[in-house]
Design a protein around this ligand. Structure first.
Ligand SMILES: Cc1ncc(COP(=O)(O)O)c(C=O)c1O
Length: 403
């Protein structure tokens, strides 16, 4: 049986999904059948301008040709083998990432939440082995988002939200403090604290950009107390905020950084990078992953990261992000536009974000919604001024059409 021979109608396909799947997503009512560059296409070839980029994943564009080619070539060589032998894509990707980011060591995972689990585990093990059995507490930020598995959901500083309700008790040892407030971190610190865990720009929590002085102050505080700075760059990483990693914009180096989303060019991969000193806490058999570092995903990731570097997509995100923000600010009904690079929130002065999202879809443009008044734009980093002009025209028409 071949998928492409099945010939189900679009209505049948949507029907199967509704009938058989546990549905936690509000779907756009179309079938994304093909994709290229800045567009998704439905079964009739109707194109949708992609301003959510698979939620900050398709940094190198949908179905980037170099990524597709790398996947095809790797599929012809080896798909999976677990981590007992060495593989070329894994070793070469490790070298590329560590050297590009000035980090010593990498561990591969499959997703953002898994990368954060690894980051939390490594920090804890480093703490309890190098200090004492109580030195495992981590301070994270309110409105942060770190993922949906137990460690990362426990690090997520969003009590009483859908991310927590029904799942507690979580993992102990997390303290939440207000974001962008160094004093709050200093006040929450105790002798049992091993790390501060933050997103440089809170993505899911509203696109809240950390002040430079804040993150630099946190780095300094971690050094003073001999504790670790953990940065979650799952959403901000790989060009999105105008640098390969947002920590470069802040001119700091984390002890551990997690990444996923944009590093894969559309395949599921995540990783943590750590300093040599901290990485040593993971030793033989103490952590692992069946698929983490799969040759297929590493080959795709190598192609995606090479594209980000070769095409200077971080620079483009910075330039186009500023251009887009300027145009967005003068649209009607805007309360605030904020962001860094091509991670941008558009907050309206009324709770119209859902209507906007649905009407934009009808006008063939895709965005995500953050809260009742806010939509988020995370287009591929290959976006041009022309793409932004079109997006602005569609947004304007959509806002003006609301009652
Ligand atoms: C900052 C951040 N961390 C972690 C995650 C979780 O990543 P994943 O969905 O790949 O598990 C996300 C996802 O949106 C994220 O934005």
């Amino acid at each position: 049986m071949k998928l492409k021979d099945l010939n189900y109608t679009a209505e049948e396909i949507k029907g199967f999904a509704k009938h058989y799947m546990i549905e936690t997503y509000e779907r756009f009512d179309f079938i994304a059948e093909t994709a290229e560059g800045m567009y998704l296409y439905d079964e009739n070839g109707r194109g949708y301008l992609d301003f959510y980029g698979g939620v900050a994943v398709n940094n190198v564009g949908n179905r980037n040709p170099k990524v597709v080619q790398a996947i095809k070539e790797q599929a012809d060589a080896i798909l999976h083998t677990f981590n007992y032998p060495y593989t070329i894509p894994q070793a070469v990707l490790a070298k590329l990432i560590c050297e590009t980011l000035g980090m010593d060591k990498i561990f591969f995972q499959n997703s953002g939440t898994e990368a954060n689990e690894a980051m939390i585990k490594l920090a804890r093990k480093y703490g309890v082995e190098n200090f004492n059995a109580n030195k495992y507490h981590i301070i994270s930020a309110k409105k942060g988002f770190h993922g949906r598995t137990f460690g990362s959901l426990s690090a997520t500083g969003q009590p009483n939200t859908k991310n927590h309700l029904g799942y507690l008790p979580g993992v102990p040892g997390f303290d939440y403090v207000p974001f962008n407030n160094l004093e709050a971190i200093k006040n929450a610190y105790t002798a049992d604290t091993i790390a501060i865990m933050l997103e440089p720009v809170q993505g899911e929590g509203g696109v809240n950009v950390a002040d430079k002085s804040y993150l630099q102050g946190v780095r300094q505080f971690c050094d003073e107390k001999n504790i670790l700075l953990l940065l979650d760059e799952v959403q901000t990483g790989w060009g999105r905020t105008g640098e390969n990693m947002a920590f470069q914009y802040y001119d700091i180096q984390p002890d551990i950084v997690s990444m996923a989303k944009g590093m894969g060019g559309g395949v599921p991969i995540g990783a943590i990078c750590a300093s040599e000193k901290v990485a040593k806490a993971f030793n033989s058999g103490s952590h692992g992953s069946t698929y983490g570092g799969s040759p297929l995903c590493c080959a795709a990731s190598f192609a995606a990261i090479s594209e980000i570097i070769d095409l200077k997509l971080a620079e483009n995100a910075n330039k186009i992000g500023q251009y887009l923000q300027e145009q967005l600010k003068v649209l009607p009904n805007i309360k605030e536009v904020r962001g860094l690079g091509l991670l941008i929130a558009v907050e309206f002065n009324q709770p119209i974000a859902h209507d906007i999202k649905i009407k934009l879809f009808k006008n063939q443009m895709l965005v995500t919604m953050l809260d009742e008044s806010t939509v988020r734009l995370t287009p591929p980093l290959i976006a041009t001024e022309k793409d932004c002009d079109l997006a602005i025209a569609i947004l304007k028409k959509t806002i003006n059409s609301l009652p």
